[in-house]
Design a binder for this molecule. Structure first.
Ligand code: FAD
Length: 372
């Protein structure tokens, strides 16, 4: 008999795959099922921005969690490359946060031990000459990084396969098979599947999956639209952010412009209004982008949670069900620390970050009556 339980992960986005990766590295037998292809939902759609973080100087649990999310990426990128030969596009490109009011957001970043320099217009244009002259003040964050989401997912999938993870695409979980306070299996399009432990990593679809277990987390889809531009040759080197919008330059001359936050249910479509606003925003900050070609537009459904933090932990009332979902705008950033923590939780190891702050019961009165 195996020393570890075998685990079935429902959802093969960046969260489910990262959990599988960290578990499989410890010799756990893992199966991941996804309704469609792996990593084709929010995880593919995201921009891959990794805000800087300094775990040693974080002032609270959430800060440490966020900082570890970012800082683990560098090692992970190397590990994935060593295992698979696939580059995930991790680069510490740096970022410029455009400030409308001088000093906005600055004291907090400084307190968390993150390098952040307040630049005036001249200094900003020295490092990013394509920025509009109307950009007067910005916070330069040299340690902001990025990954190319599709490449990162490709590397994760290959690494999981190499570690013996069983990957089952086109395998939707339709129902739970329950016995007492345990789940005994799940019904899928390809028949029933059984495991010792079940981990739900089904992104924006998590509440629908939890309903039969009598739990509601209020994880909901938050649509984000993106326009992909191509300037032929790189125009910018650093990520440029203003409020919730951003311009992410890739090294090949492509530029992502994002994003919106919309309550549109499970509708993945883009809209003329949102894309027009994104393009206007991009050209206002970087006028030369007016000449770029629009290569593609898309939308993804972020798994939003009521307090914008993910739910990580055991599902109350069920002996062998856990959840890792609701990562909202930071699921790529937080995927390695989520994978590591869920591995620690499921294997009974010391937790790198305590999970109470992310627990399933943190929202008062969220638990509905258990079904009979
Ligand atoms: C436009 C946009 C920009 C973003 N930018 C960034 C960024 O710059 N940095 C950052 O850190 N994060 C960013 N994010 C957020 C990040 O992409 C998400 O938080 C993250 O991808 C969530 O991953 P996930 O695995 O939980 O969800 P998903 O990637 O959505 O994966 C969930 C999976 O579960 C599967 N599934 C659902 N139901 C079932 C079922 N019944 N049976 C089987 N499988 C099922 C789905 O098919 C899907 O593949 C962005 C998101 C968007 C949309």
């Amino acid at each position: 008999m195996s020393e570890h339980p075998d685990i079935l992960i429902i959802g093969g986005g960046v969260i489910g795959l990262s959990c599988a990766y960290y578990l499989a590295r410890e010799g756990v037998r893992v199966t991941v099922v996804d309704r469609g292809d792996f990593g084709r939902e929010a995880s593919w759609a995201g921009a891959g921005i990794l805000p800087p973080g300094n775990p040693a100087r974080a002032t609270d649990v959430v800060g440490r969690f966020l900082a570890l999310g970012s800082s683990l990426h560098e090692t992970l990128a190397l590990d994935l490359r060593d295992r698979t030969g696939i580059e995930n596009g991790y680069i510490r490109s740096g970022g410029v946060e455009v400030l409308r009011d001088e000093g906005y957001g600055f004291p907090e970043v400084r307190r968390e031990g993150i390098t952040c320099r307040l630049f005036d217009a001249e200094a900003l244009h020295d490092i990013e000459p394509a920025l509009a002259p109307t950009v007067r003040t910005g916070c330069y964050l040299p340690d902001m990084a990025q990954v190319r989401n599709p490449w990162h997912l490709k590397a994760l999938i290959a690494a999981c396969a190499g570690l013996g993870v069983r990957l089952c695409p086109s395998c939707p979980v339709d129902n739970w098979i329950m016995r007492g306070d345990k789940v005994d299996g799940v019904g899928t399009g390809e028949g029933d599947r059984h495991a010792d432990e079940y981990l739900l990593a089904s992104g924006a679809w998590t509440d629908g999956m939890l309903e039969p277990l009598g739990i509601r987390l209020d994880v909901r889809p938050v649509r984000g639209q993106i326009a992909l531009l191509n300037t032929g040759a790189p125009l910018l080197r650093r990520i440029v952010l203003e409020g919730k919008r951003y311009i992410v330059p890739r090294q090949d001359g492509r530029v992502l412009v994002g994003s919106t936050e919309e309550d549109a249910g499970f509708d993945h479509r883009t809209t003329a209004k949102a894309i027009a606003e994104l393009l206007q925003f991009a050209v206002r900050l970087v006028p030369a982008l007016a000449g770029a070609t629009v290569e593609r537009t898309w939308a993804g459904l972020r798994p939003g949670s009521p307090d914008e933090l993910p739910f990580l932990g055991r599902v109350p009332g069920w002996e062998n069900v856990s959840v890792a979902a609701g990562h909202f705008r930071a699921g790529i950033q937080l995927s390695p620390i989520t994978g590591m923590l869920m591995k620690e939780l499921l294997l009974g190891q010391t937790l790198t970050v305590p999970l109470d702050r992310f627990g399933v019961t943190r929202m008062a009165n969220r638990e509905r009556e258990r079904p009979v």
